[in-house]
Design a protein around this ligand. Structure first.
Ligand code: FES
Ligand code: FE2
Length: 391
């Protein structure tokens, strides 16, 4: 068996283009390996250096032994499965033979078999069996592209950049409340929107009174309340500290804040795709909401949200009540992001005007735009700014 050359774009005679075995062998000897990525015009290759990152592909609990799981990250189809020892594995979701989707095949003994002619790949992506060649037929060692994978804090992360660079960067450490009294759960949500717009939404306070009216904050019936915040932009993060200790959110004040402690509210954005929002009331009560955003396409994303909470002896009640409440609130954001994304698609471009409250958004945009442009030119300077707005 000869490894095929990549199928050329048909010219005048598509049969002649691939039928000469010598021609085919010559192509494959040009140094191209079957495991080399194919640079198509997809997000993976056209977002500057933003592909050089770990992206969450699924929750650990959803990657069960013996079953393939199809995911699309940065428009690249990927199949995930567990090796014989349980290690999470990610391969390109495209059989080397005639390009059927491996995710439609079967997993056995830690290998995945294509549903079409049964070619079988191990967890390294190595082609280990070709049924049509019988036992022991001499085979070239073909390999399917394999992506570095890490599993931590209950998520399976896939590295979408150069494989050699994967060891130099850690996946984001999702705060899942390992400390005393903290509990945690994940929510998975499909969103319309690109990563920048979604991160801005997750960090945005002024929308809460409108999108989440009555659920999270409400538009002030009296005089709007003035809020101040310190914004710090570093080379790879945006930190926002709010100074409005009488701010309240959501449900019963007695439930979340029995001590009447002032609320501490900080929001953070970590490059390239993760936000963390902390609401703390003294030592005893708090929420930490962290969302990591994985682009599926320029206008679709998977969002994994960790909700960590500490409500003391009320934790068991919170466990029953919070998933319902947070699902309602997140779905309100899903709806508004669908509205925004639809408008952006209709107009084909962004044309944003802002207020002081949008310094946060602009900071996220600047950091991401620098990487989107391949990190050429001067990186965004450090910024420290106090902003004020009304809510
Ligand atoms: S297409 Fe996969 S084995 Fe033929
Ligand atoms: Fe929201």
């Amino acid at each position: 068996m000869e490894p095929d050359a990549p199928t050329p774009t048909p010219t005048t005679d598509p049969v002649a283009a691939t039928s000469d075995p010598e021609e085919s062998a010559a192509r494959s000897s040009r140094g191209r390996s079957s495991a080399d990525p194919e640079r198509r015009d997809i997000m993976r290759w056209n977002i500057g250096t933003l592909h050089q990152a770990w992206y969450a592909a699924c929750q650990s609990k959803d990657l069960v032994a013996g079953k393939p799981l199809a995911r699309t990250l940065l428009e690249e189809p990927i199949v995930l499965f567990r090796a014989a020892d349980g290690t999470a594995t990610a391969l390109i979701d495209r059989c080397l033979h005639r390009n059927a989707a491996l995710s439609k095949g079967k997993v056995s003994d830690g290998c995945i078999s294509c549903p079409y002619h049964g070619w079988k790949y191990d967890a390294e992506g190595v082609l280990v069996r070709v049924p049509s060649e019988g036992a022991g037929g001499e085979r070239k060692r073909l390999r399917a592209e394999r992506f570095p994978v890490r599993e931590q804090e209950g998520l399976v992360w896939v590295w979408m950049g150069d494989p050699e660079a994967a060891a130099t960067v850690e996946p984001f450490r999702m705060p899942i409340g390992g400390a005393e009294g903290w509990k945690h759960y994940y929510m998975y949500t499909d969103f319309d929107g690109d990563v920048t717009d979604l991160a801005e939404n997750f960090m945005d306070v002024p929308h809460t009174a409108f999108v989440h009216a009555g659920w999270f904050r409400s538009e002030s019936k009296h005089e709007p309340k003035r809020a101040e915040a310190d914004v710090v932009r570093t080379h790879d993060a945006v930190h926002v500290t709010y100074h409005q200790e009488d701010d309240t959110i959501g449900f019963s004040e007695r439930f979340i804040n029995p001590d009447g402690a002032p609320m501490t509210h900080t929001d953070r954005f970590y490059m390239p795709n993760t936000t963390r929002v902390d609401y703390l009331w003294g030592e005893r009560r708090g929420f930490v909401i962290s969302s990591t955003i994985t682009p599926v396409s320029p206008t679709r994303a998977m969002v994994f949200t960790s909700i960590a909470y500490r409500f003391g002896f009320l934790n068991p009640i919170a466990r029953l009540f919070l998933p319902w409440y947070t699902r309602v609130v997140i779905n309100q954001d899903v709806d508004i992001m669908e509205v925004q994304t639809g408008t952006l698609e209709r107009f084909g471009r962004r044309r944003f005007f802002g207020t002081e409250a949008d310094v946060i958004h602009r900071s996220i945009e600047l950091l991401r735009e620098h990487r989107l442009n391949g990190e050429v030119g001067v990186p965004p300077k450090r910024l420290e700014k106090r902003i004020e707005f009304w809510m």
